[in-house]
Unconditional design. Structure first.
Length: 167
């Protein structure tokens, strides 16, 4: 069984109990994805699987045989940061930085969700694609908690990204 992470194939562990988060952090030397609560409450472990966000602490690695995972280590292009990474820095969207990888991966997925017109629980009209405003972004980022309180800068960074890069 094989999993692809950031374009590189890895063998899945024989032990079916290993979470995707522990596989990456403890066995594959990919510590960019963070372990906060380890119980699905904080969003620190958010990664993309085939473009959709999941919580890696709640995922068994074995479930992802044949799937493609993207982590924070897979976003930058060499020395060039992904635009969301650069905008988080520019807008002071981080303090200690522990929640930041999960926040950024969630924001990448959020952008994809707007692009395909997916509604959220605050979208007023389900027949009209959601407007990427602050209320929508706050709702869609509500699964990612920041104990430092850097949320306002993150929202600014994401709004800026959506206005500049999404269509
Ligand atoms: S570490 Fe996965 S949600 Fe907190
Ligand atoms: S920047 Fe410290 S937890 Fe979010």
């Amino acid at each position: 069984m094989t999993i692809t992470i950031n374009g590189q194939p890895y063998d899945l562990p024989a032990d079916m109990r290993v979470s995707l988060l522990d596989l990456m952090r403890e066995r594959l030397d990919l510590p960019g994805t963070k372990k906060g609560c380890n119980q699905g409450a904080c969003g620190a472990c958010t990664v993309l699987v085939d473009g959709e966000r999941i919580l890696a602490c709640l995922a068994l690695a074995a479930q992802y045989d044949g799937r493609s995972v993207t982590t924070i280590e897979g976003l930058a292009d060499g020395e060039d940061l992904h635009p969301l990474q650069a905008l988080f820095v520019q807008h002071d969207g981080l303090q200690c930085g522990y929640c930041t990888p999960g926040q950024i991966m969630s924001a990448v997925a959020l952008s994809n969700e707007f692009s395909r017109g997916a509604p959220s629980s605050v979208t007023p009209d389900l027949d009209v694609p959601a407007t990427p405003n602050r209320e929508e972004v706050r709702e869609r980022m509500s699964g990612n908690l920041c104990r430092c309180g850097a949320h306002n800068g993150m929202i600014d960074a994401i709004i800026s990204y959506l206005s500049e890069y999404s269509r």
